[in-house]
Design a protein around this ligand. Structure first.
Ligand SMILES: *Cc1c(COP(=O)(O)O)cnc(C)c1O
Length: 365
């Protein structure tokens, strides 16, 4: 069926793909973000032609002019999503339209052209199909997809570029946290902010990550796994980790998560957890939660669990929080009961093991 918004893709198979034995060996222990498949998607945009020149081809280096504007002014956005092997052997994406829409929202914030939802979906689906032999054999494995777009115009003036490259690469992935993590320890960043009101915090752009790295490095120095950011204005309200949203679980079963006020990335995992928790009959409130409340509630026992969530690591308990003002333990310091329950509710849907009432799972083949 003709679709006005769909693009015609030229597909050129990699004539020298990674050999099957070698690939099988690599897929036994893929780790996260180290290993890449044989192909990639490239689509161009220019002011004159709009979206054009859609290709799937051998993954490889791209030539860049040193004056390409992304290298100077960082007009760049990305997405992160996973393709899963389901229990019945089929392959599926989880809520991919949400990634497509968020990619458009990120583009708008960064004064970039919006890729039609249909083309975004085509691009990831075609890449998963051509690289279908790259699913890891390990438990919890998936094919992590990284769509991204950047300003490719050769120009040093400061204005939105007139040329962009959209690409997708795929990376076989095992569990995100190496230990198969039980609970992580996080560091409260008191010197650095990730996002400010009116800034780019709600856009998935590389620049937000660049701004978070020094704080993440400080966390590692303090023997913590991750950093948590407070709001930039009052340095008081807990916002999110460098790349994951947060939930607080109270002793009466109520869940609190910081509201999407513009400085927090609207996670698809976050939204899915809200829906699943409400289905479980839990009260979920999107309300500001301060660092003092967090410390006080953890100490008094009112707060029983805290967890972080995002596509890469799915759902992970926070066991301990450290800052220059001391540290506090959450619950027993280990994985939380409700956290584990919500995680398996989500993972079971993603893996086709339980009923998909919301039509979240998109089967590909
Ligand atoms: C991607 C991302 C998340 C998680 O979003 P998901 O859609 O759940 O993967 C959370 N915070 C930040 C800053 C992110 O970039």
């Amino acid at each position: 069926m003709a679709n006005a918004k769909a693009l015609e893709f030229t597909i050129e198979r990699n004539s020298a793909p990674v050999e099957a034995n070698e690939r099988a060996k690599l897929l036994e222990n893929p780790g996260f973000g180290n290993l890449f498949t044989d192909h990639m998607v490239v689509i161009r945009w220019s002011e004159n032609l709009g979206w054009h020149d859609a290709n799937i081809k051998k993954r490889g280096p791209i030539q860049m002019n040193p004056a390409s504007s992304v290298l100077h002014y960082a007009q760049e956005i990305f997405e992160g999503m996973k393709a899963y092997r389901l229990a019945d052997g089929s392959t599926a994406l989880f809520r991919p339209e949400e990634n497509a829409k968020r990619f458009q929202a990120s583009a708008r914030r960064m004064a970039m052209p919006e890729l039609p939802v249909e083309v975004f979906l085509q691009s990831v689906e075609k890449l998963v199909e051509i690289d279908r032999d790259w699913f890891p054999s390990v438990d919890g494995g998936s094919l992590y997809l990284r769509p991204f777009m950047f300003a490719s115009e050769v120009f040093l003036g400061v204005r939105p570029a007139k040329e962009y490259l959209y690409m997708v690469i795929a990376s076989p992935a095992g569990e995100y946290f190496k230990s198969g993590a039980t609970a992580v320890t996080i560091w409260v960043s008191e010197d650095y902010s990730r996002a400010a009101p009116g800034g780019t915090g709600a856009a998935k752009c590389g620049g937000n990550y660049a701004a978070s790295l020094v704080a993440q490095a400080e966390a590692i120095e303090q023997h913590c796994d991750q950093v948590v950011f407070l709001d930039a204005a009052e340095r008081r309200w807990v916002e999110e980790l460098g790349g994951m949203n947060l939930f607080f679980v109270m002793d009466d079963g109520k869940l609190i998560t910081p509201p999407l006020s513009g400085t927090i990335l609207p996670g698809i995992t976050r939204e899915s957890i809200i829906v699943l928790a409400r289905e479980e009959g839990l009260e979920v409130s999107e309300e500001p939660y301060s660092i003092e409340q967090w410390r006080g509630d953890a100490t008094s026992g009112k707060l029983v669990e805290t967890f972080a969530c995002g596509t890469a690591a799915v759902v992970t308990s926070v066991g301990m929080v450290k800052s220059r003002h001391g540290e506090f333990t959450i619950g027993s310091g280990g994985p939380g009961q409700l956290t584990e329950k919500l995680k398996s509710r989500l993972v079971d849907i993603q893996r086709g093991l339980s009923e998909d009432r919301h039509d979240w799972v998109k089967r590909l083949f």
